[in-house]
Every structure is written in structure tokens, then in C-alpha cells.
Design a protein around this ligand. Sequence first.
Ligand code: GDP
Length: 403
Amino acid sequence: MVGEHYRSLLKDVSTLAEVDNYSRWRQQESETLSDLVQNRLEELQNPPNWFTAKQLLCKLEKGCGFGCQLHHIVYCFIVAYSTQRMLVLDYKHWVYGDIWQEIFLPLSDSKTLLKNVSIDQWPGNQDSQIIHLPPVDYVYPKPYFLPQIIPDDLAERLTVLHGDPIVWWIGQIVKYLLRPRKSTINLLNDYAKKLKFQKPIVGVHIRRTDKLISEAQLHTLDEYMVHVENYYKQKELSGEVNQKRIYLATDEPILFDEAKRKYPEYEIVGSDDISKTASLRNRNSKNALQGLIVDIHFLSLSDHLVCTFSSQLCRIAYEIMNSLYPDASTRYTSLDDIYYFGGQNYRLNEAVLSHKTNNQYEIDLQVGDQIYVFGNHWNGYSKGKNLRTKRIGLYPTFKVTIL
Ligand code: GDP
């Protein structure tokens, strides 16, 4: 009954968005804002006078997966944008080196690092022509404009348009960074035909293998599928669903067989061949990177995502998704973390309803209180620290909103 009640409320809410006559405005506003940001990034990367342009240098030396590497570049780009410096990447020791450049367009049309110019270390000063920015784990002083900060002049419009503006902002940076080359567009189109990708479809990303050693817990396929089922039950309230589908992406190829065996009423879209290239041994090859791009692409095109946000890969798919829809901030179910950007400042919630504790694990809330969010327990409660009372504990998630 609770589930049905919940779905019925969601249906009412989505109907509100349809009848308010603003859907065309939302679409236009998101396109206009996206064009604005993409043009700004392009101008930043292609200064009219390259010899005098101020540059920010980022080295790509991190030994981690694609999502982690890409988020490192996003962090560099945010700092470059905020300090109005052209971003230059040093690909020399990068695991993806030339492969990356075969798949994506370069950050700038032609020129890159200025030669014979001294390089200052972060934070440098206004006159430094080139500043080297270390990875976010070691940067000092920490740049204040990291997430949750968004560009001041866009903030008002974004908070009207989008449920979680920071995801939109990161999504725009990722959109610029992952501008595909023609051959990559062809590859994605070929896969769309080969896999018969069509909607409705729920993207399911299941991260296993090395991630389970110390970073994340194992979740069974069935745990993901409960949320997929909920999505389709919800959809059925607004009309018949002829065929239920999932796009499955995983680094554990055997899950394709398990999904087909246990969920015969579903069309399982995706490639177990790609999944095989996701094993630790193959990850840095061109084949693996292309497979990964294919998986991220189709996850982001899905109607809804079910995954673990402890995985950077799924967070990237979600960020891209938010550059494709005017507001995709609720099109996900994470089985573990809330959405976050590595190295970000704390995520803040604001109490919109007051709360009196029922036991020693909970904290009081007054309307207007600000709370540092530690995590969502996905059982109706979140954990955080009330900045007014300094107390740490649980509080009902519905009594707060994103600040
Ligand atoms: P995280 O470790 O899950 O936070 O994400 P990363 O992207 O940093 O590292 C995971 C790496 O595992 C990726 O870069 C891929 O090489 C591989 N991988 C994990 N899941 C998938 C998947 O669903 N599809 C593909 N193609 N590769 C995956």
C-alpha cells in the first residue's frame, strides 16, 4: 500500500510538470544555458592571443580508473574556469595517452602549453603565466570554488531550472571534455543499431571485481532489479509498457547470463563482450576504453539509472544524463552513496520541517537549520551534522531539501 501510495504521488507530481505549460520553456532554457557554458569553455580554451594567455597545467598521472581520471580533469577544468585560465593537460605519463585523443576532440583547437615559460606552483599569483595545479587530494590551499559552488551569474537561472544545479554544472564540463570525434559518433551509432537500443529502458550499472576489495559492498542483481521493477510499475500508471528493458553495464560478465535466466520477461540490452574488456587486465586498452564509452553513453541515454554512486563510472553517466535532459536530477536510484564530487566541499541540506528526536540516534531540526550531509540510508533517514546544534545523527530525509 505504501509503495502504491508513493507511486501515485509521484504520478501526480509528474503530471503537474506536464500541465504547467512550462515544458517547452524548460527545454529552451536548458539549451540556452548549455550553449552559453559550452561557448564560454570554448573561448577559454581558444584565447585570441595564445602567447599572452594565462594557463593552468594539470598532469595526468593518477593511477586509477576512467571515472576517477575524468573527474580529475573536471576538477582541473573547474579551477581553470574559475581562475579564467586556459587548461592544458600533460598527457605524457597518462595510461590513456594517445587513445584518448583518438576518441575525443582536443580541449583546444591548436596550441597547447607555452614553451620556455616558467611554471609556478598552485596557487601562484595573478602574474603567473603558467600555474601547475596538483591533484585535489594534495592541493593547498584548497580552491574555494569546488562543488557545491556553481558560477554566480548562472545560479539564479539554474536553481529555477534544475533540482540539483551542481550536477548540471559538472555535466556541462563533462559534455565539453567528451566531445566525440566523428569516428566515435559512428561507433556509438553502430552500437545503437547492433544492440537495438530503444526506450523505455532502465540503465543498470553493477560494479564488482576490484571495487569490492575495500571500497564498496556487494549488491545482488535482485537488489538492483527491485528498483527497475518499481520504475516500470510507476510507468505503467501513465500507460501500458509493452516491453520492459534494461541496459546492463558491468565489469562482471556472468551477470548477463544471470539476468537473462532470472528475468526472462525483460529484454537485456548490452554487451557481455564489452563487459569482458572491463576486467582489470584489459582496462587500459583502446578496445576497453571504447567499450567503456559505449556503456557510459547508453547508461546516460536511459530513462532511469540504477547503480551505486560509490562508483565514479555511474556518477559520470548520471552527470552526462543531466546534460541531456532539462532536469534529470531524480532519474536515478543509488544503492549506496548520495551523489558527490570527489574533493568537494560538504553537501548541505536545509530543514524545511522541524523534527523532534524519537531516540538517541536522531537529531533535532528547526526550520532553516543547515545540515552537513554524510549520507542517505535510503530507509527514509539521512545522517548528518546540524550546524546549529553541532549534533551528529539521523533525521528524516523528507524534512530537508538540497541547499
Ligand atoms: P569506480 O572504480 O567504479 O569508482 O570507477 P572508475 O571508472 O574510476 O574505475 C572503474 C573501471 O572499471 C572503469 O574505468 C572501467 O575500466 C571498468 N569498469 C567498471 N564497470 C564497468 C562497466 O560497467 N563497463 C565497462 N566497460 N567498464 C567498467
